[in-house]
Design a protein around this ligand. Structure first.
Ligand SMILES: [Zn+2]
Length: 327
């Protein structure tokens, strides 16, 4: 996990606990004013509970006495609940509220400090927030992927029909890339004309991975270069950490950014660093492979061709472009 997230989560839990303690105090104050007898009863119960714990610790009471004390507490509690309900409150009104009963809003369970399921859910929420994908994947996901938009008629030069081609890509993605995401360091390069579904598919992949608890960060090439500039000149280390160490970095629309010596050098450094660190990338581009080699340095081209699985996107049908635009 990227450093920073752990701290952020522990702050979230601390805030939850503090807020609930304040809420409980407000409820107690309210009851104390309106029905002081209930608070008296509650204080009495707390005293008995403390006595019980101390007696168990010290071993000062016999088992029979302990059981009598337990019975007294149970009876007093029942009385308190009855009173609360008779005054129109829920019987839990004077209890501390937990958002998660399993970990009592600590995020961890037991002495082994194993993470609670709520911890993972909160982490996913944070990941979504930082991914820049929260809105995009609401509608753009596998539930809305329509293979029928791809024609089954073969286009002259291509080996497969657009549909068969897309089925092959989907098989790679859904059959291996996503389910085995933890066990490979495969990079993907989606290339082909605009309107053939590259961005859409990258969003579909993102949603599945985010929901599985992976940190996916999405940047258009333009945003990425701006980010790299911010890292280089303003020491934006939080952004650097995010871009370098996220589980998957998506660079959308490579070639749409203004290509300068700075951008090309920074891009190469980033791609190279991520390959060395085995941090996965998905790059999509409208450029053809020869155009990539023409517009970027030979070393970027060779990294892309040598270290990425190349997925060519194509479609001969205008419907696809219309439908994708509509989405
Ligand atoms: Zn929990």
């Amino acid at each position: 996990m990227i450093k920073g997230y752990q701290k952020e989560l522990s702050n979230i839990y601390e805030k939850l606990r503090t807020t609930e303690q304040q809420n409980l105090k407000k409820r107690r104050d309210e009851i104390s004013k309106k029905h002081p007898e209930i608070i008296e009863l509650d204080t009495k119960i707390q005293k008995f509970c403390l006595n019980l714990s101390l007696s168990i610790l010290k071993g000062t009471l016999t088992e029979t006495d302990l059981n009598n004390l337990r019975d007294t507490i149970t009876n007093l509690r029942a009385r308190k609940y009855e009173l609360l309900v008779s005054k129109g409150y829920s019987q839990e009104y004077l209890n501390l509220y937990y958002h998660c009963h399993k970990c009592k809003d600590n995020g961890f369970i037991g002495t082994g400090n194993s993470k609670c399921s709520c911890y993972k859910n909160k982490l996913i929420k944070l990941y979504y927030k930082d991914s820049d994908l929260e809105d995009a994947v609401k509608d753009n996901n596998f539930n809305n992927f329509d293979i029928n938009l791809y024609s089954s008629h073969k286009i002259a030069d291509d080996k497969y029909s657009p549909r068969r081609n897309m089925e092959n890509i989907l098989e790679t993605v859904k059959g291996n890339y996503i389910p085995n995401f933890n066990n490979h360091d495969n990079n993907l390069l989606f290339y082909g004309n605009s309107g053939t579904g590259k961005t859409f598919l990258s969003w579909c992949i993102s949603k599945d991975l985010l929901d599985a608890g992976f940190l996916v960060v999405y940047k258009t090439s333009d945003e990425l270069i701006k980010g790299l500039r911010d890292i280089r000149f303003n020491n934006n280390s939080a952004l650097e950490e995010l871009i370098i160490n996220c589980d998957l970095l998506i660079i959308d629309d490579l070639g749409a950014e203004q290509i300068t010596e700075f951008s090309a050098t920074e891009l190469f450094t980033l791609i190279n660093k991520k390959i060395l660190k085995k941090k996965k990338m998905l790059i999509s581009t409208n450029l053809s492979l020869p155009m990539i080699s023409k517009l970027y340095s030979e070393r970027i081209y060779s990294r892309l061709v040598g270290n990425f699985k190349l997925c060519k996107f194509y479609a001969d049908d205008i419907r696809i472009q219309i439908n994708l635009k509509r989405k």
